[in-house]
Design a protein around this ligand. Structure first.
Ligand code: ATP
Length: 292
């Protein structure tokens, strides 16, 4: 497999929270001490993306001796929610790696609005996505600056609107200096849930047509959690969303659920369809349901 920069699953750790806009991606790569892509400056730029995504007969493996994704097909219409579920190592992150071209497919193709993404400059491709990952990410600066990351020219009004839509405006205004409150790289005074809301506000401000979400599983206080759920739902409205899903509520509401195991998509369909099948998903769901 051909690898470009760092794959998605390696930046989920301490790093990445969200990146979109070439400048943001570039700055994150600076932080990671990984050079941004330079080999790919020629290529198309996507404009007015609606967010129709298709994987057609995709094969991929990191190691040619260990086939992973084989003949994978997926059609996501603009605005749909695609949940990806499955045990650890199943290949969930790999699908995202391919979609964002951290790796290229070995066979088949991935299309966005009918354009093969290999024709598109990687920086231009990645500006079409915002990522909200489980690990929150912030830097030393004001709350305002943290929200405007990746869109430094945003107006005060745009920043506040984004925070409101992310259900973050309320807690921000209660901080000692409101939007001027200084936060640290570690998040410092903010709770885990509040940091999640900030990163959702960041994504709101960037306003891309497509999203990559890795749901938080960590326990957070119930009130913040309710806000997070509402904020996520609002963020997903009208955007094609790929969700590495842990919550039953998200999974149930998805247009398509990909159930992955050992690199293969073992089942694909809506919650209702998969329950009816009484297969892998059904068993996964029933075991989770019993735990809750
Ligand atoms: P998790 O829930 O733990 O994040 P996942 O479902 O996202 O897992 P992937 O990270 O996509 O799973 O991994 C699928 C398979 O590919 C695993 O066997 C993994 O070890 C392997 N793999 C993942 N990334 C790489 C890589 N960069 N190089 C080689 N093999 C990899």
């Amino acid at each position: 497999a051909t690898q470009f920069a760092r794959p998605f699953n390696e930046i989920t750790g301490v790093w990445a929270q969200i990146m979109a806009a070439a400048s943001a991606a570039r700055r994150i790569f600076d932080l990671m001490e990984v050079p941004p892509e330079t080999s790919d400056e020629v290529g198309r730029i996507l404009r007015d993306v609606r967010g129709n995504v298709e994987f057609r007969n995709v094969d991929f493996s990191y190691d040619p001796n260990r086939p992973l994704i084989q003949n994978f097909n997926l059609q996501a219409k603009a605005g749909q929610k695609i949940a990806i579920v499955g045990p650890t190592g199943a290949g969930k992150s790999t699908i995202i790696n391919l979609l964002m071209r951290y790796y290229d497919v070995d066979a088949g193709a991935i299309y966005i609005d009918g354009v093969d993404i290999r024709e598109v400059r990687r920086d231009a491709l990645r500006t079409q996505f915002a990522m909200v990952l489980q690990e929150t990410w912030s830097f030393d600066g004001t709350v305002r600056e943290n929200i405007a990351y990746g869109k430094e020219d945003a107006t005060e009004e745009e920043i506040r609107q984004a925070a409101k839509r992310a259900y973050a405006d309320g807690f921000i205004r209660r901080l000692s200096h409101g939007y001027d409150t200084l936060i640290q790289e570690s998040g410092g005074i903010l709770s885990g849930g509040q940091r999640q809301l900030l990163t959702i506000a960041r994504a709101m401000l960037l306003d891309p047509p497509m999203l990559i979400l890795d749901e938080a599983t960590s326990s957070i206080d119930t009130l913040t959690e309710q806000n997070i759920t509402k904020a996520f739902n609002k963020l997903m409205e009208g955007r094609t969303s790929f969700i590495i899903a842990h919550r039953l509520s998200t999974i149930r509401g998805a247009d398509t659920i990909l159930v992955m195991d050992k690199g293969a998509v073992v089942e694909q369909g809506s919650h209702g369809e998969l329950m009816e099948k009484q297969g892998f998903y059904y068993r996964l769901y029933m075991s989770q349901f019993e735990q809750e």
